[in-house]
Design a protein around this ligand. Structure first.
Ligand SMILES: Nc1ncnc2c1ncn2[C@@H]1O[C@H](COP(=O)(O)OP(=O)(O)OP(=O)(O)O)[C@@H](O)[C@H]1O
Ligand SMILES: [Mg+2]
Length: 312
């Protein structure tokens, strides 16, 4: 399948001013790589603060003014310039944002979905999009403050996918949804992929990712450490110690906790950011650039300690 989205060597730093107007620059994303192919659900899994939302906003051209990105983002084989992303956003490429505050608080749901289009076709489309997520026609006259958290999420989803997008970026779309509504949403991601779209499904919940995705990209402290097909989890073919730690932390795998914490924002470490917590850390992991990518049986990994095969 052709890649619909390719993120290569992507870096992101922020400029901030401390008290006393001292200028401070810190790196939030470092040499990040990610591919989403047409026809697949690609999950991004990482803990809070690992840079998932920043990546989503970078792809959609929605970064804040103090962000300085570098690297390449390609959409459908061509570089995604700011002009191009502005033309495609909301049509071919859509974001289901993490925060429900992205809804316009002063506009009723129906007009918000239709974006000023008053035609009968637009009305039909918005009603169908809401209906798909179990929201009746009465929802159309509600303002965002009248929606429950879960309803607001479903409205965001309906807004995003009503125009048959080619790339869907869903940033933690399921919190606040009951299992039926969450299942319906995840099922719809699969349907979109079966229809040829690429879906980037961002979540901190590995179990959810494994339930819906074809491939998983693992984030740690602003970079990607492993990209792997979902089958690798159940067959024990994981190459990065952090990916393995995520798997071992699942209830069915013994709830094994990983000691230590992810480096905080701006705490740029040399070498592999996971080195301080890694049970397989070697001297070369603590200095220089990030480890280079290496092919694994079901994906690729950035780890000096991986020696091929299953076990580390
Ligand atoms: N506008 C900003 N200015 C400065 N730092 C920022 C800004 N936006 C995000 N950050 C920092 O970048 C890091 C990554 O943030 P991001 O929102 O991408 O995390 P996340 O992986 O989506 O986390 P969560 O799972 O909690 O949503 C965080 O440390 C955050 O504090
Ligand atoms: Mg986030």
């Amino acid at each position: 399948m052709n890649p619909i989205l390719e993120v290569e060597h992507f870096n992101l730093s922020f400029t901030q001013y401390d008290r006393g107007s001292r200028r401070r620059q810190f790196t939030a994303i470092r040499d990040l790589n990610l591919t989403v192919r047409a026809g697949e659900v690609a999950a991004v899994v990482g803990s809070s603060g690992s840079g998932k939302s920043l990546l989503a906003h970078a792809v959609l051209g929605l970064l804040p003014y103090n962000a300085a990105p570098s690297g390449t983002i390609r959409y459908a084989g061509e570089e995604l310039t700011s002009e191009r992303v502005a033309a495609l956003r909301g049509r071919e490429m859509v974001l289901i944002p993490q925060g429900v505050s992205w809804l316009d608080p002063l506009m009723q749901v129906g007009p918000q979905l239709r974006r000023g289009d008053r035609s009968p076709a637009a009305r039909q489309r918005s009603a169908a999009a809401l209906g798909r997520y179990g929201l009746g026609p009465e929802t159309e006259t509600l303002y965002p403050f009248e929606l429950s958290g879960g309803m607001a999420r479903r409205v965001l989803m309906a807004c995003a996918v009503q125009e048959n997008p080619r790339l869907v970026v869903a940033d933690e779309p399921t919190p606040g949804l009951d299992p039926t509504a969450a299942g319906r949403m995840l099922g719809h991601f699969r349907e979109l992929a079966e229809g040829g779209a690429g879906v980037l499904f961002i979540t901190h919940d590995l179990e959810l990712a494994l339930a819906v995705a074809h491939r998983v990209t693992v984030f740690y402290a602003g970079t990607t450490v492993e990209e792997v097909a979902v089958d690798a989890f159940s067959s024990g073919q994981l190459a990065h110690p952090y990916t393995r730690a995520l798997w071992d932390a699942l209830p069915q795998n013994g709830f094994t906790p990983l000691p230590g914490a992810q480096p905080g924002p701006g705490e740029v470490l040399d070498g592999c950011p996971f080195a301080p917590r890694c049970p397989h850390c070697r001297p070369e992991c603590r200095s220089g650039a990030l480890p280079p990518w290496r092919e694994t049986p079901l994906g690729r990994v950035r780890c000096h300690a991986w020696e091929g095969g299953d076990a580390l």
